[in-house]
Write a protein that binds this ligand. Sequence first.
Ligand SMILES: [Fe+2]
Ligand SMILES: [Fe+2]
Length: 474
Amino acid sequence: MALINSLLKKWYHLLFVFISLFLVQFPNLHDPARFLAEYAGLAVLWLTVVSTELDRKPFSLHGAYSALVLSTLVAGSFVSRLVLRRFGIFSSPFFAPILLLGLLTDRRLTVSVAVFSSALLIVSIEPSSLEFSLLLVCNIVAAVASSGLKKRLQIVRPAFFAVVCNVSFLLLGFFSKEKVVFDRNLLLSLIMPFLFSVVDLGLLPFVEYASLIYSDIDLVELGNMNHPLIKLLSLRAPGTYYHSAIVANLAEAAAEKIGANPILARTAAYFHDVGKVKRPYFYTENIEDKNPHDELNPKLSHLIVLDHVKYGQELARRHRLPLLVQDVIPQHHGTRVQKYFYHKAKEMGENLSEDEFRYTGPKPQFKEAGIIMLADSVEAAFRSVKNPTASRIRSLVEEIVSGIYNERELDESGLTLKDLEAVADEFARVLLNMFKSRIEYPKEEIKKVIVLAENPAHKSDETPSSDQENSESP
Ligand SMILES: [Fe+2]
Ligand SMILES: [Fe+2]
């Protein structure tokens, strides 16, 4: 029953397999029985290999991921098959769609798509054993080599591996009995992979703009603090800007440590509180002297603070930020209670439940969102620690991580207890390093040098008083 339900839910996947098989076989559809047998085989392969990967988070959160995979595969397979039939396998851009998906999704999903794409082309062209092996191996190599690229120039890596693959199979064909036109194919094998990689790089910004699914290459660019929203945040809410930069450092280090995506964590952290550009003076990090909440009803304060999430989502949508960065804006508070306002309401004798002071959620849905929720709270708490020591920082971090875990806010994030332990270690390490750099700044030394330079005769008189030494403590 569950299997039938999931098949019904994925009816459009089955329709996609049918359309793509029809397109790559058209106009040679002379044998309906064979077509149906191939369709059944490909449908099973899709449902067991690719569809299960698309059920994983974060791909299952947005239909855009399925749409991206399906459309890239249909268009890529159709063009590849046309070129392949007319000009041969070494001219065909069959690995270009795999390369594009490698840049935009993760390695597991891309490898599974590479296997399906090879099977689709294999049934459509009835290749020789050499072509069959080349398609499969080259596609899988392109999938593995294209994921995790962080710079445009690194695109030469999958192209180079594709060239190695092509030339190896060309040589195999040359020395075996298969007929291979060595001269022409050698030139194509060397040039085409680089050409298709450049075409993919050219297509990348358009695909990203349309799908809001970003490659690491463009996430790095988005996180370079030059985005108009980040500039606006730095002007209107400098305290929040500074807070976001520290959250980004914490989140990036923790994501790296547990094998999540540090680039996504850093970029999303920069934008997580972007909604605070509206009424910035209502948020603690921007309050200078008088707290405006002192004169407000706690319920109204709650609504004002809640608005930074809603307004942040609106700004993110308007600026077409990546889907996962948009997700972090509501998820960094999850469904947590604004305890300060709740307790204030209770002290004022108002009979309100905790639920009335909750953020609207949802809870963090992927690891990077969970890490940013933790980093956000840790940074806010660290700000109020007067004289931080290693042990105080460690216990503060542990207290906050355990607290959020016990509130069950991380239940849907995919973070395990082992991950949380590593995240807490990393947060404590990063904060300790920042704290160390602050106290090690040699203020007295600089003063002494200036005095010496101005009047060397004062050398023996310049002994700092005990008061001056004490003023060095942060
Ligand atoms: Fe926030
Ligand atoms: Fe924040």
